[in-house]
Design a protein around this ligand. Structure first.
Ligand code: SF4
Length: 371
């Protein structure tokens, strides 16, 4: 990891208008899916995002890739050729960026790229995505060779067939797929092998940044470990940065250098993985960790049961959003929103009383965490 910032997210907000039908007139309200999130991702780093369903983690990944338009904030991509604010791309530049991302998201037909000059320089496929479901995210009518070659052709990265084949063979080998696999169709593969194909496709154009959106959640535990190890090896070899989105904190901890914990569209804690895992400062992180599965059969397992449901983002509670479920809430928590502050080097938390708690956990590391 170089320490150089690749992606800078500043005050990112994503709101969706919701129309409620009334007897006389319709009412429009706003769902704040992401509400003022700031963080950065360094070159060669994996940042993990965790939180319950509806916490906004997938929306953040998609807003960075401009599959969803941010309502406010900035997403600065510090590329080799200069900085680009992805959140504020407009007109032709946005259309060209989207043309590439359409191919990644499979939302529409892909026109083989006519990008040239400045536009090509800016929007060469530097960002990519690995989906959760390795079954539905591969075209059943394409061979594995064509699937992996697709971003190279559609993104205008390579045009020469021999060069494309060489690149496909190289990335396939790195993803532990053999030459025989390249001639087959996706139905011939298991879930783990299909996810290797998805990873090979995402990395074929040598992107700087890949969003892995619940990419191992649909797999068995042993296959999850295999895919996590593959991603770590590829990162060491290629220097790619990952945003790793998952709901399972123990899986996120195995791959991430830093982890952000989200609750109803906001960060509650963001810290280096070790600090977050062994010395969490926020009661919500503490509760999530207490419920995370552990590899060590002798480890104490005493999950904290949070009362109540995660609040509806359409009507987020005032003050601290977690106060309706927090076992440590005090009267101030319902009135005043906690400040987002640094309580230790690189360790940020949003809780009025973070210094009062000692949630230190015994150092039984999940296996294979990055240094
Ligand atoms: Fe709990 Fe209050 Fe801290 Fe929120 S601010 S996490 S309610 S103690």
């Amino acid at each position: 990891m170089s320490g150089e910032t690749l992606i800078e997210v500043r005050g990112l907000e994503v709101r969706f208008p919701i129309v409620k039908k009334g007897l006389l007139r319709n009412e429009t309200t706003e769902l704040r899916a992401v509400d003022g999130v700031s963080f950065d991702i360094r070159r060669g780093e994996t940042v993990g995002l965790v939180g319950e369903s509806g916490s906004g983690k997938t929306t953040i990944g998609r807003a960075i890739l401009r599959a969803i338009d941010p309502t406010a904030g900035q997403v600065i991509y510090h590329g080799d050729e200069g900085d680009v604010d992805v959140a504020h791309l407009e007109g032709d530049e946005l259309r060209k960026f989207r043309r590439h991302m359409q191919m990644v998201f499979k939302e529409g037909p892909v026109e083989l790229s006519s990008l040239a000059g400045e536009a090509l320089r800016l929007f060469r496929p530097r960002m990519s995505l690995v989906f959760q479901d390795p079954y539905s995210s591969l075209n059943p009518r394409m061979t594995v060779r064509d699937i992996i070659a697709e971003p190279l052709i559609a993104g205008g990265v390579m045009r020469d067939r021999a060069a494309i084949d060489a690149r496909v063979r190289e990335i396939a080998a790195r993803c532990k797929l053999n030459l025989e696999h390249l001639r087959r169709f996706p139905h011939a593969f298991s879930g783990g092998q299909r996810q290797r194909i998805c990873i090979a496709r995402a990395l074929a154009a040598r992107p700087d940044f890949v969003v892995c959106d619940e990419s191992v959640s649909a797999l068995d535990v042993s296959i999850q470990a295999e895919i996590v190890n593959l991603l770590k090896d590829l990162q060491a070899e290629m220097g790619v940065s990952f945003l790793f989105i998952a709901h399972d904190l123990s899986v996120v901890a195995q791959i991430s250098h830093r982890v952000g914990v989200l609750y109803v569209g906001k960060f509650v804690e963001y810290a280096p993985t070790d600090a977050l895992f062994f010395n969490p400062r926020h009661p919500y992180t503490h509760a999530l960790l207490s419920a995370a599965p552990q590899a060590d059969p002798d480890a104490e397992f005493d999950p904290i049961r949070l009362e109540g449901e995660i609040p509806n983002p359409l009507a987020a509670p005032p003050g601290c959003r977690f106060h309706t479920r927090c076992p440590h809430a005090r009267p101030r928590c319902a009135l005043e929103e906690p400040e987002w502050r640094e309580v230790a080097p690189q360790h940020h938390v949003a809780c009025h009383y973070a210094e009062d708690f000692d949630f230190t956990r015994p150092r039984r590391a999940p296996q294979g965490r990055p240094a």
